[in-house]
Design a protein around this ligand. Structure first.
Ligand SMILES: Nc1ncnc2c1ncn2[C@@H]1O[C@H](COP(=O)(O)OP(=O)(O)OP(=O)(O)O)[C@@H](O)[C@H]1O
Length: 498
């Protein structure tokens, strides 16, 4: 029967009276602080997980897929208390249904979660600051001690059923810098760089740069780019965010994903040249095609380009890596991988953007020795000199070498098979550092070359066919094929023109 204004004033007054007369102070720790997740909430959750496992009457148990650990957290409305420096503190976990309409920035979950801390007024000034420090330190220890690394990927259609943009599983890749077949000197250079970075908080602060580092891994398929990412994750202990750019609908979406990543993380964009159309050359080709089209088709193209405008662009990606938004977290490593470095826009490669460009090469002899140790358990063998003599000319990838070594348990047989394969591979076409073909195509698989040629040359005369077999032309045709495959959804006009 009471009008809402009156009811509101009455409840305000009641609350004021309660707070004034109460012996206690209350502090709420919400899961989200505006647009970002509240790290204190996660720390409290971790800190209370030990109390929840021992003293809570009702706890939520969780074991993530593929994980060894069971985690405890307080169930809805559950309370626990503990003593700190002689003062008693109480925690309660609140979970409330969210109102249906929330702003886009608050979108995270259907439930609003927060912990409330109750502490006596007389203890507040004496212990509260120290108690919160204690929680942060304890959570840090737990995080580094027994927490498992997580592998995140961006959810399809932007949000999963928990309305979180990232989904995760425990990350348990066995690759380490010890098992990675790479020149030991190069390996040392990379691990030193990582160590410098991890210790560099003060340095980055002093020079006025955000605390992040970018690595570009490039090289032919099967040279260990993904294995290197896993090794970096195992070395640093950071979580990995594997960003699938093709699932990201716009630059704004990309920023939102970035905001939702945690500190001490590795953000990976694999095969960057295939994810977004970033190269100058691709742009030029598009412009050329457009100028050749009739005006009706140009209009359709314009519409398509307008639609593409809402997708991730190069400037959006650069803003993601080193623009204003890149500094919304700290201790981040950003890794791009590509098989074709020459397809990337120079803006992406310019110095300062990707701090280290790491070429993952074909299997060298020092790298082979690591594989022999991994797969055969040997560090020396009478056939090693013979392997050393042919390994550079064979230019096989570590993946190819691993495939041969894994098939035979006997070292002699395995090495003989490898030498034979290396000799045979000597005459096969190779891929150079830029991902281009020096004598045809090995990166796409030898069977792809004739297919491209046959397709392009159908209906041409014999003289044309022989001229088309010049290496440069073959490269151009193969490039065309790759560009077609990588082109974002073509509209009908463009398809028919092709
Ligand atoms: N440098 C390496 N050291 C150890 N193992 C390797 C290395 N390179 C490749 N391998 C082996 O080959 C397999 C494939 O390698 P990986 O996926 O890391 O290559 P990649 O360069 O990322 O390939 P792609 O470009 O096709 O993604 C790995 O599972 C691993 O067993």
């Amino acid at each position: 029967l009471m009008p809402p204004e009156f009811r509101y004033a009455f409840s305000r007054f009641g609350r004021f009276l309660f707070d004034y007369l109460s012996w206690y102070n209350y502090f709420d720790v919400h899961e989200f602080d505006g647009i970002t997740s509240n790290e204190l909430y996660n720390c409290v959750q971790l800190h209370l997980s030990s109390s929840a496992s021992t003293s809570a009457q009702r706890a939520t148990l969780c074991r993530a897929k593929n994980s060894n650990k069971i985690t405890y957290s307080l169930a809805r409305s559950e309370k626990v208390s503990e003593k700190f420096k002689g003062a008693q503190v109480w925690w309660q976990h609140h979970i409330q249904e969210r109102a249906a309409q929330v702003s886009i920035w608050e979108r995270g979950s259907d439930e609003k979660r927060y912990y409330s801390l109750k502490i006596r007024k007389q203890d507040r000034d004496r212990v509260l600051a120290d108690y919160l420090d204690h929680i942060l330190n304890h959570a840090k220890q737990l995080q580094h001690g027994n927490r498992e690394k997580q592998l995140y990927t961006n959810a399809k259609n932007n949000y999963n059923y928990h309305r979180q943009p990232w989904e995760c599983v425990p990350f348990k890749h066995p690759s380490t810098f010890d098992t990675l077949a790479l020149d030991p000197a190069r390996k040392e250079e990379i691990t030193n760089d990582l160590q410098e970075f991890m210790r560099g908080e003060e340095f980055y602060h002093r020079v006025g740069r955000s605390w992040k580092r970018g690595y570009l891994l490039y090289g032919p398929p099967g040279t260990g780019k993904s294995s290197m990412i896993a090794a970096i994750a195992n070395f640093t202990g950071y979580d990995v965010y594997d960003l699938e750019l093709t699932e990201v609908t716009s630059n704004a979406e990309l920023r939102k994903l970035l905001i939702k990543t945690t500190n001490k993380s590795i953000i990976v964009i694999e095969d960057i040249d295939c994810s977004v159309n970033l190269s100058d050359r691709a742009k030029r080709k598009k412009e050329k095609k457009e100028s050749e089209m009739p005006s009706s088709m140009t209009a359709m193209m314009a519409k398509q380009m307008e639609e593409e405008g809402s997708r991730v662009t190069l400037s959006g990606l650069l803003n993601f890596t080193d623009g204003l938004w890149s500094c919304c977290g700290s201790e981040r490593i950003i890794i791009f991988t590509t098989n074709h470095i020459d397809r990337l826009d120079p803006a992406l490669l310019r110095s300062g953007r990707m701090d280290m460009h790491i070429f993952m090469s074909h299997c060298t002899f020092p790298a082979f020795k690591i594989l022999a140790q991994n797969y055969l358990g040997i560090s020396e063998h009478e056939l090693f000199p013979e392997v050393e003599a042919v390994i550079d000319a064979g230019m096989m990838t570590p993946a190819d070498v691993s495939e041969i070594l894994i098939k035979k348990r006997d070292p002699f047989e395995a090495l003989e098979a490898l030498i034979e394969a290396l000799k045979a591979a000597k005459d096969k076409p190779k891929v150079d550092e830029k991902g281009d073909f020096t004598e045809g195509n090995s990166g796409l698989g030898a069977t792809d070359i004739p297919e491209v040629e046959v397709k392009e040359e159908a209906g041409t005369n014999h003289a044309d066919m022989s001229s088309a077999k010049q290496p440069d032309e073959r490269i151009e045709k193969i490039d065309d094929k790759i560009d077609c495959q990588n082109e974002p959804a073509l509209n009908k006009g463009e398809e028919s023109s092709k």
